[in-house]
Design a protein around this ligand. Structure first.
Ligand code: DUC
Ligand code: ZN
Ligand code: ZN
Length: 546
């Protein structure tokens, strides 16, 4: 009986702590041993993968992926039809070096059937099972209501039986946002159940007010999406969320931080010893407001391809400021926020044209109809008509589905722009892309490291000396989206092998794995967070013992 199934030789093994030349022996999907060199007897009968001196790292963990998410369309809603399912999304993730993704199971506040969070999770789990997944996956639950009975009875079940130990709360979007008191309700329930709370921090009232001001001046082209969300929108909301979290002593993670002002709030809270964590994403280091005018004319609706929320920062100087927070440890994780909408799908980006046209025929006739109903009924528009509509009609940014794709480019962009430039060390790269997400989301040390006993989830890069930099094109990618926001970017390396629990899924430019291989990951509590001392009798901590 061979000692190992597979051995990786000649790799520069990088963990969140250090880097060294090791061989890695894998047995039954787990890391069995690391050694400077295995004996020839040890190597007998096993498959050998020669890393040829390249980096070997724990597989990427993307803590922020939207697949099969049905989103209601309508003004100021997070609308649209996600174009990737678990098959296409996991294929794209694997091709980009990701071995585990955490997706969202979203509670629809307008649907009474979604009152049960367990029901919501079951619905999304069935979607994953219906196609299968090439890589391992888990779910965060998006909570859009504060029903006390549901929080009290269902959160413990989600944690114990499903291993769902994180929830996302919104401070914006009509149909998703919680008021401050509702945020407090859910944060307390989360704290009691050790559920990590993710916060989308944007001030919804201020966005709606600014949107009305802009549309009164006919400023509705995609570019004005950014102006409806200037950096203060995120700065105010993150500041408020930090205060609320401190009030009830609940650790929080800010998702998709896109502005230096909000990052500074996080930094300041961390320096006060508060358990405040932050995620950032490639769009905030690669795009600016100018990209919302990139296509054809500044008002061309095609610029909606670049709409995401929060928007990219205003200018390149902001990228440099954000890079400092990446290097100095303020950001905890690097995720994609892969939220895929197609430009040739009437329920993708074109919803911004179709919904606007619909609302112009509404009662108010001014394009702003706050009572416009939400729909999840998809638009029936033949392809030829759609391109004619897109060419002719004006769209409104407030109806455009918010999101851009990026699950496949997440690691390669940071590798080229962060690791190879020396902005971050190889270990910090691993920490941001794998180890910290594993710890934060309760998967460590099963995932996110290369210890004996851990899942053999690995990404092996190309040997740097032999890799020819190339200009990225959407045709290289494996998602079901008809564009990439990073078209033309130069990339100086790409994952050569992606291995999930000992099986190669991606090898030398080809998907070689099985859709049935990906498993649902039952997660434990956040292990980044040190449990605080008991609160004692300090009356200023009133909300913690009430
Ligand atoms: N929030 C996300 O997490 N993704 C897409 C858009 C949004 O508002
Ligand atoms: Zn969000
Ligand atoms: Zn998202």
């Amino acid at each position: 009986m061979p000692r190992f199934d597979t051995v990786i030789v000649n790799g520069l093994v990088v963990t969140a702590a250090d880097s060294a030349y090791y061989n890695i022996g894998i047995k039954d999907g787990k890391i069995e041993a690391l050694a400077r060199e295995f004996s020839s007897a040890d190597l007998e009968g096993c498959e050998i993968i020669d890393a040829e001196g390249a980096y070997v790292m724990p597989g990427g963990i993307d803590g922020h992926v939207h697949l099969c998410q049905d989103l209601k369309t309508g003004p100021n809603k997070l609308g649209g039809r996600c174009s990737d399912n678990f098959e296409t999304g996991s294929r794209s993730a694997a091709a980009g070096g990701t071995t585990t993704m955490v997706n969202f199971a979203s509670q629809d506040r307008l649907d009474e059937a979604d009152r049960s969070l367990i029901g919501v999770v079951q619905r999304y789990a069935a979607r994953a099972q219906s196609t299968g997944s090439y890589i391992d996956y888990a779910f965060h639950v998006i909570i859009t209501r504060n029903d006390p009975d549901v929080l009290q009875s269902e959160l413990p079940v989600l944690v114990k039986e499903w291993g769902i130990t994180s929830c996302k709360l919104f401070m914006t979007y009509d149909t998703m946002r919680l008021t401050d008191r509702q945020l407090l309700d859910v944060m307390v329930a989360a704290r009691k159940n050790s559920v990590t709370t993710l916060i989308h921090a944007e001030n919804g009232d201020a966005i709606e007010w600014l949107t009305e001001q802009l549309e009164a001046r006919d400023m509705i082209a995609p570019y004005y999406h950014a102006l409806s969300r200037p950096p203060l929108i995120e700065a105010e909301a993150s500041n408020r969320a930090i205060a609320l979290a401190q009030l009830v002593q609940n650790p929080i993670l800010f998702v998709h931080i896109g502005s230096p002002m909000a990052a500074q709030n996080v930094r300041e809270a961390q320096s006060r010893g508060l358990p405040i964590y932050a995620e950032t994403c490639p769009q905030y280091f690669n795009l600016t407001w100018q990209d919302l005018k990139r296509f054809h004319s500044p008002t061309c609706f095609e610029n909606s391809k670049m709409i995401c929320s929060p928007p990219p920062p205003a200018e390149k100087n902001d990228h440099e400021a954000l890079q400092r927070y990446l290097a100095n440890g303020t950001f905890t994780i690097w995720s994609s926020d892969h939220c895929p909408f197609r430009y040739d799908d009437p329920d993708g980006k074109p919803a911004g044209v179709l919904e606007h046209a619909g609302s112009m025929q509404g009662e108010s006739g001014d394009g702003h109809n706050p009572a416009a109903p939400c729909t999840s009924v998809y638009h029936e528009v033949p392809k030829e008509d759609l391109s004619r509509l897109l060419a002719r009609k004006m769209g409104h940014f407030k109806h455009v589905p918010n999101g851009i794709p990026g699950v496949e480019t997440r690691l390669p962009l940071l590798f080229s722009q962060g690791l190879l430039t020396g902005l971050i060390s190889p270990s910090r790269f691993v920490e941001l892309t794998s180890t910290n997400p594993a710890k934060l989301y309760g998967m460590y040390p099963q995932k996110g490291c290369l210890m004996p006993g851990s899942d053999a989830d690995l990404v092996i890069w190309h040997p740097q000396a032999t890799f020819k930099p190339f200009a990225l094109s959407n045709s290289h990618l494996h998602h079901n989206v008809d564009y990439t926001p990073y078209e033309g970017q130069t990339l100086s390396n790409w994952p050569r092998y992606t291995m999930v629990r000992g099986k190669l899924i991606w090898s030398n430019g080809k998907i070689v794995g099985q859709l049935s291989h990906g498993n649902f990951v039952k997660r434990g509590p956040n292990s980044l967070h040190q449990r605080p001392q008991p609160f004692g009798t300090d009356l200023r901590n009133v909300a913690t013992w009430l």
